[in-house]
Design a binder for this molecule. Structure first.
Ligand SMILES: *Cc1c(COP(=O)(O)O)cnc(C)c1O
Length: 364
């Protein structure tokens, strides 16, 4: 057997190769390449899939985040509450606008510990950014309540949670804005960069549409200083194909992870847990162990690749030294950064590959 990689994007392409290739040719021959009917159709279809009023395609997940905060008017002098153990893009989405991230520790499901949000609220707090990390929906009820009580905006980073739900409600629809990435490795992945903002607020949708295209609604009439963050026809076309199969793809990953959960057993490894009320779309299968280096080496010797999501928490990264948050300031976040490990997981993973990963982990 070839080495098993943590992720295999080519497998996802071959699953629907004919349709992707036909769409590429269709778009190439159409003569229209950026913001056109593929984008419009994708926006409608994705909004309907999520059960939200509006979807506005943008160029990436990071753009969705910073544009969301820009449209909400959150910037210099404002604070945004976010979990400490997220991917750094969540934090950059806040700081690009000049706002300050205020970190909250995660719970044992790797999502924000909702019991620790309130103590971080100051008069500068303007919003909470919830990240549904690794594909599991966060516990939303307390977050929604806190945001109402303190009059805070609620933004969701759904870059890893396409279609995940809490108490039956889809992530991205709980607050003011949901931000999506369709980077190729995400559960709904394009073949290049792509992202979207979703909202039930008509005004936010209109403003985002204008902002993403140089601040113009009508060509060459610019209402605001916007940006170029447009979704292209090729990516939108590919995303429409993947979206049709998204539930099927999610089921395939869920079956693999159920097998992992049922059959993996090793005293030194903590398996992921699912919170009651949440669904998990398994962007990553993340285990935790105090002997991570040893485990990585052992799996590698046996031909199994792994990856750490994420080895350096944002507050300790070089980019955020200016926040003056020292090592030890977020002990749970830092413990997770030192112990988490993502095992191989992807659509198109063979039974043989799955069995082998389970056997090797159990033998470690
Ligand atoms: C991938 C990701 C992003 C950024 O998306 P890009 O499309 O790469 O800009 C933001 N937040 C989280 C949690 C992500 O996983």
């Amino acid at each position: 057997m070839d080495k098993i990689m943590p992720n295999r994007l080519d497998r996802g392409f071959y699953q629907y190769q004919k349709e992707f290739e036909a769409k590429a040719i269709e778009v190439l021959r159409s003569g229209w390449y950026v913001l056109g009917k593929e984008v419009e159709s994708f926006e409608e279809e994705f909004a309907s899939y999520l059960g939200v009023k509006h979807c506005v395609g943008v160029a990436s997940g990071l753009d969705a985040l910073w544009i969301a905060f820009r449209i909400l008017g959150i910037g210099s002098g404002d604070e945004v509450i976010v979990q400490g153990n997220t991917y750094i893009a969540s934090v950059m989405g806040i700081t690009i606008n000049g706002a300050t991230p205020v970190f909250v520790e995660p719970d044992e499901y790797y999502n924000i510990d909702t019991s620790k949000i309130e103590e971080k609220i100051t008069e500068k707090t303007k919003a909470v950014l919830v990240v549904h990390l690794y594909g599991q929906a966060s516990y939303m009820k307390p977050v929604v309540d806190i945001c109402k009580r303190y009059n805070l905006r609620l933004v969701e980073d759904c870059a890893q949670s396409h279609g995940a739900k809490f108490d039956g409600q889809t992530t991205g629809t709980f607050g003011d804005i949901g931000c999506f990435s369709f980077y190729p490795s995400k559960n709904l992945g394009a073949f290049g960069d792509a992202g979207a903002i979703v909202t039930n607020d008509d005004q936010i949708a209109v403003e985002t549409r204008i902002f993403r295209n140089y601040g113009s609604e009508k060509r060459y009439y610019n209402k605001v200083v916007g940006t170029n963050s447009r979704l292209d026809e090729m990516q939108a076309g590919f995303l429409r194909i993947r979206l049709k199969y998204l539930d099927e793809l999610a089921r395939e990953k869920r079956d693999i992870c159920e097998k992992y959960l049922n059959r993996m057993y090793n005293e030194r490894i903590i398996l992921p847990m699912i919170r009651e009320g949440a669904t998990h779309i398994w962007h990553q299968f993340v285990v935790r162990t105090e002997v991570r280096d040893e485990l990585i080496r052992y799996l590698d010797e046996k031909g199994i690749g792994t990856i750490i999501h994420y080895p350096i928490p944002p507050h300790l990264s070089e980019a955020y030294q200016y926040l003056n948050l020292r090592e030890g300031s977020l002990p749970v976040t830092e413990k997770y950064a030192n112990r988490v490990l993502s095992l191989p997981l992807y659509n198109g993973m063979t039974d043989e590959e799955q069995e082998y990963v389970i056997d090797v982990v159990n033998h470690f």
